[in-house]
Write a protein that binds this ligand. Structure first.
Ligand SMILES: [Mg+2]
Length: 201
């Protein structure tokens, strides 16, 4: 199968790392540091202005991308999946910022993440782009994702294994499989694979 895999909050603990540095930045600058985690975007979760959030990311995003850790078993499960499947990492991280692409490639190598191809966001939106087109162009069979808008966009067309967060828990459909751990991802991919073989045979 061809498996699409998001990076932030799917392979990594991105929100935790952002909130760690947002607390430091908020204290330095007299801003709210208590997040409402039902909101995905930093400015919504903390009630900061877009300018305050931009200034924060200018200062800390490089460090955040560098220091973040993979989720438990993500490295092992991806390595296992790559033996049988094609893995395409599809991320809203923006390729217009060369340092972002470079930081991402370096991080993936340093953390021993196995993959076949990396596709970054090439649109003018810094933090978001439509992944459905990419999934369809690359014949992705199943997507692993956490972002509520992307899960909503993709799940009418292909199954989505969704890492659960307070901001996406409201989403429900037969094509959305909520998971909390990478071991569950492995279980579901194995199941899809056996169903696929079953339907062909
Ligand atoms: Mg994500």
């Amino acid at each position: 199968m061809i498996i699409g895999v998001d990076i932030d909050n799917t392979i990594t603990h991105t929100t935790e790392m952002i909130m760690h540095y947002a607390e430091i930045y908020g204290r330095e600058n007299g801003l709210n540091t208590v997040p409402d985690l039902r909101y995905y975007y930093l400015e919504d979760a903390l009630g900061w202005t877009t300018a305050e959030a931009d200034a924060f990311f200018d200062k800390y995003l490089g460090r955040i991308y560098y220091e973040m850790k993979p989720k438990e078993q993500a490295v092992e499960v991806l390595a296992e999946l790559k033996k049988q499947h094609e893995l395409i990492l599809i991320t809203s991280r923006n390729s217009k910022f060369p340092q972002v692409e470079e930081a991402t490639i370096t991080w993936l190598a340093r953390n021993n993440i196995k993959y076949d191809r990396l596709i970054l966001n090439a649109t003018s939106n810094m933090h978001f782009f439509s992944k459905l087109t990419i999934c369809q162009e690359h014949l992705v069979d199943v997507m692993i994702e956490d972002h509520y808008e992307l899960v909503s966009e993709i799940s009418p067309f292909l199954p989505v294994i969704m890492f659960e967060y307070p901001y996406n828990r409201h989403l429900q459909s037969d094509n959305i499989i909520p998971v909390k751990h990478w071991n569950e991802v492995k279980h579901w991919i194995d199941l899809f694979q056996s169903q696929k073989i079953g339907s062909v045979g």
